[in-house]
Design a protein around this ligand. Structure first.
Ligand code: ARG
Length: 406
């Protein structure tokens, strides 16, 4: 009788490399390694696939999901301007549901009994992996070898050496715990755990320090169709390429560094450093275009739903019914978000300096102008103000009668 199979979310790093063997030894399962490229900057997917096998996986698969990640996971987040605590564009939280989707697919294809992830017990990612699996495949088991095992870095290296598991060359002792994808880069641990300590420059990889940013501003014109960016400076690009390109250009101006004391779902506060040049630039531009194209009540309501939407994603509820319902709302709200935004990239800031829309702007020059040609009928204002103020006028009169001074 062969062992049951489990599909492990494999990064190619030290922890998940040793987890393959550990699960085999301690849990009696055969591991299928599954690595998903979400734009974390892997040079060679095939190399990671091979490494999975060398570490003892019975099968090893890799998925280039960069386009899918942009179109099905980043795009809805951008339409919703999704930022957890108003600051964090949900980098890791967005990739987990996609990875779960592929783990489940591979589990079905290989007849596996469960899926596994390399998260610890202190973070949000374990929740996202496991709740995601509950939604997409309630019948599958989930395993968390790192959480169960609680192995230190040195012990993991010893474990690997004793068993001849090849330790990934890239695992030079980074002082930080990093997660990365097309929407940004996250860093925690080490000196960052002191919330008073300024983040050292070596935390950052995708952006220059504002001190070193060019002295000349750079302008970029981003065109949107139904709330999604479709071109940069007139050059049409598929979404995943456009995101990478704007990320590079904005990072060169020091844009998108975020230092956040974050409220984790597991109840603790943690200090996290994010680098999201492209995400911050695109959300800034998208929001601005919404101001031009959305009707007032819709815009106001959308702003309140955006926070809720970001929280759902952060808390691992991506595949749930409320997220699905809010997506319908966000898509409808974005229907006429069409046009162009001029963004100036300069010394750490992405600043909108102009916006226009040929067919979807609700800004009407003839209504807005104070110059000749004004079409706004000011005679209507007199009656409007009287009725608008009527409830307060009535209320204030009563207050006066009762000697209740305002
Ligand atoms: N705190 C962020 C989040 O919960 C980032 C997590 C990064 N994950 C990691 N394994 N380093 O989304």
């Amino acid at each position: 009788m062969s062992n049951p199979r489990v599909v492990l979310a494999y990064s190619g790093g030290l922890d998940t490399s040793v987890a393959i063997r550990w699960m085999n030894e301690h849990k009696g399962v055969d591991v299928v390694a599954c690595a998903v490229d979400v734009g974390q900057g892997v040079d060679d997917l095939e190399e990671i696939r091979q490494r999975g096998l060398e570490c003892g996986a019975v099968e090893s698969v890799v998925v280039d999901a960069r386009q899918e990640f942009a179109e099905d996971f980043i795009a809805p987040a951008l339409r919703a301007n999704a930022m957890y605590m108003g600051k964090y564009p949900l980098v890791s939280a967005l990739s987990r549901p996609l990875i779960v989707k592929h783990l489940v697919r591979v589990a079905r294809e290989t007849g596996a009994a469960g899926v596994a992830h390399g998260c610890t017990g202190k973070g949000n990612d374990q929740v996202r992996f496991e709740v995601g699996t509950m939604c997409l495949a309630p019948d599958l088991d989930t395993m968390a070898p790192i959480r169960e095992w609680g192995l230190s870095r040195d012990a993991a290296i010893d474990y690997a050496n004793e068993r001849g598991i090849p330790i990934p060359v890239k695992s030079k002792a980074s002082p930080y715990s990093i997660d990365e994808n097309a929407w940004g880069r996250t860093a925690e641990c080490g000196i960052l755990e002191d919330p008073w300590a300024a983040p050292p420059e070596d935390v950052y990889e995708r952006s220059v320090s504002v001190k070193d940013a060019p002295d000349e501003p750079e302008e970029v014109i981003i065109a949107f169709r139904s709330g999604l960016p479709v071109s940069l400076d007139g050059v049409e690009l598929p979404l995943h390429e456009l995101i990478t390109e704007i990320d590079r250009r904005a990072g060169a101006h020091g844009i998108g560094r975020i230092d956040l004391i974050e409220d984790r779902l597991v109840g603790i506060k943690s200090r996290e450093i994010y680098e999201c040049p492209g995400a911050i630039t695109l959300i800034t531009a998208h929001r601005d275009l919404e101001d031009l194209c959305l009707e007032q009540e819709l815009a106001d309501h959308k702003r309140t739903e955006e926070g809720r939407y970001a929280q759902l994603i952060y808390n691992g509820l991506w595949w749930g019914p409320l997220k699905r319902g809010l997506d319908a709302f966000m898509n409808e709200a974005n229907r006429y978000v069409n046009g162009e935004v001029r963004v100036e990239l300069f010394k750490g800031s992405a600043t909108v300096v102009g916006r226009r829309s040929d067919d979807s702007a609700l800004y009407d020059y003839d209504m807005a102008t104070y110059d000749e040609g004004d079409q706004f009928d000011q005679t209507l204002a007199e009656g409007f103000v009287k009725l608008w103020g009527l409830p307060l006028k009535t209320w204030a009169a009563r207050a006066q009668q009762h000697g209740d001074a305002l």
